[in-house]
Ligand binder design. Structure first.
Ligand code: SF4
Ligand code: SF4
Length: 108
């Protein structure tokens, strides 16, 4: 099995567990994140929760990150790849988390 992120995007969507728990805080954008130095992008792509923490917005029935472009499982890209938050950099292709996310989004 190959783990090509450019034809996947599964880990750029809210997880089934979060959906079940109606948990919509997704990838956190901390004040020290590179993205935080871009106010216009912050306004467009992120949302503050009740505790004042900033997260990437989710959109659509797929609950995908607003910065994810393309079609899940076919061809995708991150519109802010160079500025993506730290959490986005942690998921390793082929890891347990990666395999779970791919399974949940029916990408085998
Ligand atoms: S789920 Fe795995 S293969 Fe898919 S984009 Fe994330 S790290 Fe890459
Ligand atoms: S910021 Fe980019 S890498 Fe991170 S979840 Fe969104 S689309 Fe994926």
């Amino acid at each position: 099995m190959t783990f090509d992120c450019r034809s996947c995007g599964a880990c750029c969507c809210n997880t089934d567990e979060n959906r079940t728990e109606k948990y919509v805080d997704y990838v956190e954008v901390t004040p020290r994140a590179a993205l935080s130095r871009h106010p216009a992008l912050l306004r467009r792509l992120t949302v503050l929760n009740g505790d004042g923490e900033r997260h990437m917005k989710l959109r659509g029935r797929e609950q995908r990150c607003i910065a994810l472009e393309g079609t899940l499982g076919i061809e995708v890209s991150c519109a802010i790849y160079q500025l993506r938050p730290a959490a986005c950099r942690r998921v390793q292709p082929g890891s347990r988390e990666c395999r779970r996310d791919r399974h949940e989004r029916l990408i085998e």
